[in-house]
Design a protein around this ligand. Structure first.
Ligand SMILES: [Fe+2]
Length: 385
């Protein structure tokens, strides 16, 4: 018997893991700060000096485009008197980041360039007061950050060859964000993770999704293809006879992605994507569009989920795609899931709740993700290894 394993069955975690601020603090330090977290796409910052911010618990991060494809990630905090440097979600700093308080200025990589009327080397060295850097890894245009001193191995090294080749087919650096929604749920972030790595609930919760999703293959995928890495490939399988993951299974953008736009034949049951865990993000791409969702922990009982819908960078709204149609299937599905997670959170706060048996063949992804989670917080018992 361990936290998860109880003889012939396994469970999720005891209730305090979903409600306690102490557990939440541990998770921020041991899980969220140590893994790769998906924050956005390179198309959001097309020019040198362009930036977007990403808020993760108490941290505000700045993602800044430098020369070429280089993306820098720094803490959005002036080293002088702590001002949040950029207070807009997106914009451009052009050549320098300038603090609006006393005009200290920083290069695009965070190096301190000018501390107003204080000469470098006189009372302190500029080199000691650059913005705090954050590890950043850009995989095929998708941007990941890690807050820890030491980053995990590169994202590319964790993703299998087939997932990587399939992603190349959709031209992942030639995308644009057609729409974004930030959902907000009164639920612990792990409820979103656990829900996301099983499709046992799909028939009862998602009637629309199940019209187009190959739910059986989705369940098999989490049984067969999940690996104990913080990033991995992912396919969200559409039924073989359909074209895309949309309300009726037809394309929702006329301008197909990547190679498919150039006439390359679409492989049978094509899908590309990636997933991060335990801090959960997932992205699924079809020949015409893709969606990436990243969960953002706010407190023990509150989570945001940023969803981005991607189309070909040259697709024209109103001509090639209609936003409402583009987002519909995922928006409907996300709202259904988050409503379930809020009700689950309400149930979890009952003193009588104890974790029940999960399905070994329908919900194995939960066990896989929670094992990784327990390992990262130092609670995976030796008998379980
Ligand atoms: Fe769901």
């Amino acid at each position: 018997m361990t936290t998860l394993d109880h003889g012939k069955y396994f469970t999720s975690l005891p209730r305090e893991y979903y409600v306690s601020p102490e557990h939440f603090k541990t998770e921020l330090d041991q899980v969220w700060a140590r893994q790769w977290v998906y924050v956005g796409h390179i198309s959001q910052i097309p020019k040198r000096g362009d930036y977007f911010t990403f808020e993760l618990a108490n941290e505000s991060l700045l993602l800044i485009r430098d020369e070429g494809d280089k993306v820098n990630a720094v803490h959005n905090v002036c080293r002088h008197r702590a001002l949040r440097l950029c207070d807009k979600p997106t914009g451009s700093v052009r050549k320098r980041l300038v603090c609006p308080y006393h005009s200290w200025s920083y290069a695009l990589d965070g190096e301190l360039k000018t501390a107003t009327r204080q000469t470098d080397g006189e009372n302190f060295d500029y080199s000691d007061f650059g913005l705090y850097k954050v590890h950043v890894d850009v995989w095929k245009g998708f941007i990941f950050v890690c807050l820890a001193d030491e980053a995990p191995k590169p994202v590319a090294s964790m993703i299998d060859e087939k997932s990587s080749a399939d992603m190349d087919l959709i031209g992942p650096t030639r995308l644009k964000v057609a729409h974004e929604i930030v959902y907000d749920a009164e639920a612990n972030w792990k409820l979103l993770l656990e829900n996301g790595v099983e499709c046992y609930h799909c028939p009862s919760v998602h009637p629309e999704f199940c019209v187009v999703l190959n739910a059986e293959e989705m369940s098999d995928y989490y049984d067969r293809d999940m690996v104990p890495e913080v990033v991995q490939g992912l396919v969200i399988p559409v039924k073989a006879e359909l074209d895309s993951l949309s309300m009726d299974g037809s394309f929702v953008s006329k301008k197909l992605l990547g190679e498919f736009d150039k006439g390359v034949a679409i492989p049978a049951e094509f899908g590309a994507g990636f997933m991060t865990q335990p801090g959960y993000a997932w992205g699924g791409f079809h020949p015409d569009y893709g969606m990436v969702a990243t969960t953002i922990p706010i407190s023990a009982t509150r989570t945001k989920m940023l969803c981005q819908w991607f189309v070909h960078e040259d697709a024209v709204e109103g001509v090639d795609y209609d936003v409402e149609e583009l987002i519909k299937i995922w928006d409907v599905t996300n709202i259904q899931d988050l409503a379930i997670q809020e009700r689950q959170q309400q149930g979890l706060s009952s003193s009588r709740y104890t974790p029940g048996p999960n399905s070994i063949d329908q919900e194995p992804g939960i066990r896989a993700s929670l094992r990784l989670y327990l390992d990262m917080i130092g609670e995976l018992e030796d008998s379980e290894r």
